[in-house]
Design a binder for this molecule. Structure first.
Ligand code: 8OZ
Length: 375
């Protein structure tokens, strides 16, 4: 094939609009909205009309994965994140899922426990945040009183771990009641499940620490509980093997995460979602994400700084089934259509990412009618 023809096929967005199977769902396109913490659900963590509008605007995504959502009061690690543990939160989310479904979309709830990334001022009874081990991360917590140094967390007792698993299970029950199409278990970015996975933050000597199998045990128990509720075809997992965000590290990410992917494979989950590389922009160890994907042997969602061209290349080259976009979806509610037309993109405005009102949230423009016909 002449070189210019290869170039043409490489930049052809049609591959992004081939329907793709993701667990029990068939997605109409390969352009997924990544989970994005936006801190606009109020102190009680109840999604309201503004949140409904934001998600409804983005219903053309192949799949929306919501912002990380607290499975329990103890799980919270930031101001104004939503929860899925109270009746009011379930009802708030129900309005979101109804709006997205009415607009023709699909939506998974991302569920998390932030572990040591929380702060006593965000915890019930001003308690210490919990973690696998009493190891203080470097850095600062985001609190209602501004940034405050992370504290040394309290190591979970072995007999408290079933309670963590039960809270994830209850979150899945509540997610189903709220009308979600499924859930994504947040095991990435230095939060509780990732704290257990990595040997830098897990120094336990019980059944939940030591070997990779033992460090993965909590995640496997959580995945087992959540799939019992929803079925494996409605459950995905997000991992970030190379991310150092939240002061997390592992002495052997390639070995640990390859082993983990193989442990997850038999569950038959809907997908594995991987933050490739380091969100902080730091260059660190290499990892062969292709091998991770092979070991998991199911649909793979790639994420971290992809643009249109790289997404087309990854999907056309069979390196991923789907690509998740964060900042670009935040700033472009009609991102799939813009990719289809190779239209210009709105620029994400960092100052309004976290907290605030509709500015920088629901006011990013859609393509104009004129732009649509011109493209
Ligand atoms: C809060 C603020 C910025 C990023 C996540 C990485 O939710 C995050 C994040 C959370 O996983």
């Amino acid at each position: 094939m002449p070189k210019d023809q290869i170039e043409t096929s490489r930049s052809d967005a049609a591959v992004l609009f081939r329907p793709g199977r993701l667990g029990d769902l068939t997605l109409p396109n390969r352009v997924i909205m990544a989970p994005l913490t936006r801190n606009r659900a109020g102190r009680d963590g109840v999604p309201g009309p503004l949140n409904v509008a934001y998600y409804r605007q983005r219903a053309s995504a192949g799949l929306i994965i919501t912002e990380a959502t607290d499975i329990s009061p103890q799980a919270r690690g930031y101001p104004d994140t939503p929860g899925i543990h109270s009746q009011a939160q379930v009802e708030g989310w129900r309005r979101v899922t109804e709006a997205v479904h009415a607009a023709g979309g699909r939506i998974f709830l991302q569920i998390w426990h932030t572990g040591r990334i929380s702060h006593p001022s965000l915890q019930p009874g001003e308690a210490l945040p919990v973690a696998p081990s009493a190891l203080r991360p470097a850095g600062e917590a985001v609190t209602y009183e501004g940034l405050q140094p992370f504290v040394t967390p309290r190591a979970l007792e072995t007999d408290e771990i079933p309670g963590i698993v039960a809270a994830f299970r209850k979150a899945a029950v509540n997610a189903e009641a709220a009308g979600f199409d499924g859930v994504e278990i947040h095991a990435a970015n230095g939060y509780l499940l990732d704290q257990f996975l990595r040997d830098g933050s897990n120094h336990r000597d019980d059944a939940y620490g030591g070997s990779v199998e033992k460090r993965a045990r909590l995640l496997l128990e959580v995945a087992g509980a959540v799939t019992e509720v929803l079925g494996a075809g409605r459950v995905g997992i997000r991992l970030s093997p190379l991310n150092s965000f939240n002061d997390i590290r592992d002495s052997d990410p390639q070995g640990s995460f390859l082993k983990l992917a193989a442990l997850l494979a038999p569950l038959g989950l809907a997908y594995l979602h991987v933050v490739e590389g380091d969100m902080t922009g730091q260059e660190n160890a290499e990892l062969d994400h292709g091998r991770l994907r092979e070991a998991f042997a199911g649909p793979y969602i790639a994420n971290n700084g992809y643009d249109r061209a790289r997404a087309i290349e990854a999907i056309a080259g069979s390196q991923a089934e789907f690509v998740a976009f964060g900042a670009l979806f935040l700033a472009n509610p009609d991102l799939p259509e813009r990719f289809r037309r190779d239209a210009p993109l709105n620029t994400p405005i960092r100052e309004t990412f976290y907290g605030g009102d509709g500015r920088g949230y629901t006011d990013y423009p859609f393509l104009e009618e004129g732009a649509l016909s011109a493209a």
